[in-house]
Design a protein around this ligand. Sequence first.
Ligand SMILES: [Zn+2]
Length: 432
Amino acid sequence: MEKVKSGELKKHIEEIKEKIELNDCDIKRELEDLIKYRVPLEEAKKTVLRKNSFAGSRTKNIDEIEPNMKGINIVGRIIKTQKKEIKVNNKPLIIDVGVLGDETGFCQFTCWYKTSLVEDDYVHFKNVFTNKWDNRINVNVGKKSFIRKKSNNQFPTKQKLMNVKKKSIAEIIPDDFFATSKGIILQLFHRKFIDENGTESTYAEGFIGDNTAKLPFKSKIFNFDIGDLVYFSSAFIELDDDLPYLIFDKNTKISKIDQEKDEKLKKLRYDMVNKTHEIAQLSDLVHRIYFYDVLIEGTILYIKPESGFIRKCFECNKQLEANKCNIHGVVENYTDIYVKAVLDDGTGAINIVLDLKHLEIISDKVVTDLKVELNNDCSKDEIIRILTSNLVGINLLVNGNFVNNSYEKFLIVEGVSVPQDQTDYKLNYLYS
Ligand SMILES: [Zn+2]
């Protein structure tokens, strides 16, 4: 083993430190490890430098990150972190997932090994790569990445970063991660659930809205009631597929606003609570990336070829994939019809998905025809023909949640009805 005097080693450590961001202890440890394995000192120095500096990569702000980047460095504050057990090749693996923030925004991160990261840590993620996961950009810290915890009192704290700029409800988007706004509690239910420790607790869920839009929320805070106007800050934005909802948790501050003193607020509250559903125009919706609870009146133009019979899980009503439910595995199941149609309201067109319970409201004939087909050979072309001949040209009133993602604009249909003046409308449509 090459003998290196500690005074001499110190000189080399200083030399390395000028070129990379690594503390004395780490450099010393890495150098000594290499020397122990008979690596000559000069070679060991080069290795430490190579391992810890990433040529051409520079530190990126979070708002500069895009999916599928490689070898980038990010500096930020750990906002949330949680250990999760997953299975890789049937072996259990503990990973860290969470949210990282800087002054430009937030992103998800996944460390593919167990770390000692805790909330409010200021960290350098080095040589990391990005992808998209659950509709958000995710920073991956893998085996070839490095995490350096640092202390930096100049960098904003977790609390400061989460306290984002105030927006109207309609302006809140999934990429924000956190929301500050005010709105009226429009719906409120209390639900019980059993947490992972087996203890029963209660949370509240409902809708909060202002004159621009409404959003669902889940809350562990109970200092408000239906009709209250509340101000909230540092609420987390969770995603259910494409649709965001608010989480009021230990980090969220909620306060009631005294409405009686403010005539404008009193009027807003009256309008919100008494608002009847107005029919929206698709041309007004297309600029949004989502909108909860809209009502649209339009005509079915086309039945998409992916429509057909499907099997659904009895427990959760989700479609089976390869005869299994993604959540419940092999379960009792039932047949439903999946109808993907294009609905046009004269200002624009969107995709809607209808199932058997919707078809039962729209037309008895289509249900009867489909049931006959189900007992026969179920030819795909015949199903499309039945759906097309019975549904195209029909005028529908549908309500549900509007989603505009990178693939398509669609409505997750909750309810459907057929307006009274159907015959006239259909005739007008067919002969215009
Ligand atoms: Zn299921």
